[in-house]
Design a protein around this ligand. Structure first.
Ligand SMILES: [Zn+2]
Length: 213
């Protein structure tokens, strides 16, 4: 894809994610590779459905430095930038999205007191690279911090943990999720599959509670 096409697709996905409630209230974000270690990243504190292709920043994923700023000088780079760069380097992600979806927050609650959410028994698991529909898929869950950048230490710890090597997602309690793929198309698919799975886990737990009443 050309840089122009990637810029357009990032903005299109932000609008789609906004419609789904995954990046509401100016929270959440996305980045996508331009090749050569450079990534397009969305600005922070803006209405995600209104972001224009020229609003995006170009960042060097090796050092997190802005190579080309947003054409709108009033905008600041997303606070997710350092975390996106860590996932790009450690998981070879070609794209990462950050969700503030309610389903992600409530699914993380289901994991308490453990630091992982186990997902099993859903055909949709096949939509995750490397998984089958009979997999027990382990998603790491970390605690929230006052600032997004302060999550970096815990993010680094869980991406290095062997039992989470098949995960393409990290849940953050009371906050949301980071979801990635090898390119922007896989990140889109993984975002759709994980949000389905979060909702499915919650619906199944609710159905189980109703049967016990
Ligand atoms: Zn956030």
């Amino acid at each position: 894809m050309s840089e122009k096409a990637v810029r357009g697709f990032v903005c299109e996905l932000l609008a789609v994610f906004y419609q789904k409630g995954w990046v509401a209230g100016t929270g959440g974000g996305i980045c996508a590779s331009l090749g050569r270690g450079l990534f397009l990243m969305a600005p922070t504190g803006v209405h995600k459905e209104r972001v224009a292709p020229s609003d995006l920043f170009v960042v060097d994923s090796m050092n997190g430095k802005v190579v080309s700023p947003s054409k709108n000088r009033a905008l600041r780079l997303s606070e997710c930038g350092t975390i996106f760069c860590e996932l790009i380097r450690k998981r070879k992600a070609g794209s990462v999205m950050h969700s503030h979806a309610l389903s992600a927050v409530l699914a993380a609650d289901r994991a308490r007191p453990l630091d992982q959410l186990e997902i099993r028994g859903f055909e949709m698991l096949k939509g995750l690279r490397g998984e089958s529909n009979d997999a027990v898929h382990m998603v790491p869950v970390i605690n929230n911090r006052p600032k997004e950048a302060e999550l970096l230490g815990e993010i680094t710890r869980v991406v290095d943990t062997p039992k989470f090597q098949r995960a393409h997602c990290i849940l953050v309690r009371d906050h949301g999720a980071y979801i990635w793929g090898e390119d922007i198309w896989e990140t889109k698919r993984h975002a759709e599959v994980y949000h389905f799975l979060f909702e499915a886990v919650l619906a199944r737990a609710q159905a189980s509670r109703m049967r016990k009443i």
